[in-house]
Design a protein around this ligand. Structure first.
Ligand code: NAD
Ligand code: ZN
Length: 353
């Protein structure tokens, strides 16, 4: 679990007082990893408390994080810092938050980021790391994973050392998110709820969080009678609760197949999940029916024909990535999932996307 979190509009202003006591020495910098969408945005960047040798590194969220990108960032930080940094502060969406988590792990663990993709492979605690989301939905601010695309697979570094030591939830930071992106990342949260609540790993803990997040998503995306501020506040809480729900259970079919799309075609997580989920009425009938209503409510057109021109070999790559995510299938279908989830079944689903 994330041990410390503050919530509230304007709470970003407390960053300085929160991190100052965590500075280990004057030569040990804080490294701020900030989504480059905020370059030149003084409203946000003027409030980042840089002092001594601290560094602000702008990072692009145009592509999802790669293990090689983490290795390069870690090397840059080691070479340019006189001492082990005091901490890593990630400011951005799921992409930047995952990069911040992975970098903080790799500053204290030998080898390459790809060595740690999997479950509980991290040996040493990460350095102090703080997450500050600027878009809501992924739950990356609360989860125990950082999802990375490596040379062989797209898979998270799932470990007890991955979660942030501190999170600052300031919904005001999400006010300028473009509408389509708001929907795609928000639907990631909705899909987390559906996959968790309909999964075989469900338990009272994940259920209580999942139901709360599901209700908030309905208020935001179906009822449509919230002010912008209420909607921002509620989606930030929904994201947190959805993340908590899957932390204690698991995601399912949409995520497994979306990882395949992302690995082969670079399709981003939020939109990829939407494209897959749209075709999953056989697996999540009620969830998909409500999703279609939300899509229509907000006038969202999903891309079509993504897989139209793929070769057999390319289909196989996607199918193998999806099938390798065994815990997701076990959660979605049950222990005997291999009987019903075959390469042919996935191929015919991908062909519809
Ligand atoms: P993102 O971080 O990729 O950002 C999406 C777009 O929104 C980017 O163009 C970004 O620059 C922009 N943006 C972000 N904040 C903004 C703001 N305030 N104003 C204007 N533009 C803004 O999107 P995401 O959907 O939050 O994250 C997706 C990533 O999260 C994927 O890499 C996925 O693998 C990862 N993920 C991780 C977890 C986890 O538990 N670790 C869970 C789900 C997804
Ligand atoms: Zn997700």
């Amino acid at each position: 679990m994330v041990p410390k979190v503050i919530f509230g509009r304007g709470s970003f202003n407390q960053l300085d007082e929160i991190i100052a006591p965590k500075r280990t020495s004057l030569n040990a910098p804080f490294i701020f990893l900030v989504d480059d969408v905020f370059k030149g945005n003084a409203w946000l960047t003027s409030r980042i408390p840089l002092s001594y040798d601290d560094r602000l590194l702008y990072v692009s969220a145009n592509e999802e994080p790669k293990t090689s990108q983490i290795d390069d960032l870690v090397e840059d930080i080691i070479v340019s810092s006189k001492k082990q940094p005091s901490g890593i502060i990630g400011i951005g969406g799921g992409t930047i938050l995952d990069i911040a988590k992975a970098v903080s792990i790799m500053l204290t663990n030998k080898g390459e980021a790809s060595d740690y993709q999997g479950w509980d492979l991290v040996k040493n605690p990460a350095i102090y790391h703080v997450g500050i989301p600027t878009i809501s939905g992924t739950g990356a601010e609360v989860s125990r994973t950082t999802v990375l695309t490596g040379p062989e697979r797209k898979l998270g570094i799932n470990s007890d050392y991955t979660p942030f030591d501190q999170v600052i939830l300031d919904p005001e930071l999400t006010k300028d998110v473009p509408k389509d992106q708001w929907f795609y990342t928000g639907m990631d949260c909705y899909i987390h709820c559906i996959e968790s609540l309909n999964g075989t790993f469900l338990n009272a803990f994940s259920q209580s969080y999942g139901e709360k997040a599901y209700d908030l998503c309905k208020e935001i995306f179906v009822d449509n009678n919230l002010t912008d501020e209420e909607s921002q506040d509620k989606l930030m809480m929904a994201s947190w609760h959805g993340g908590m729900s899957i932390a204690y259970s698991q995601v399912g079919v949409a995520h497994a197949m979306s990882y395949g799309l992302s690995y082969l075609l670079g399709t981003k997580h939020g939109i990829g999940n939407c494209i897959v989920f749209d075709q999953l009425s056989d697996y999540y009938p009620e969830g998909v029916a409500l999703f279609k209503i939300m899509k229509e409510n907000h006038n969202i057109q999903l891309p079509q024909g993504l897989c139209a021109n793929l070769s057999d070999q390319e289909y196989d790559i996607m199918i193998n990535v999806a099938l390798s995510l065994e815990p997701l299938w076990e959660n979605a279908i049950g222990k005997n999932w291999k009987k019903s989830i075959t390469p042919q079944v996935l191929r015919s689903l991908y062909e519809k996307m």
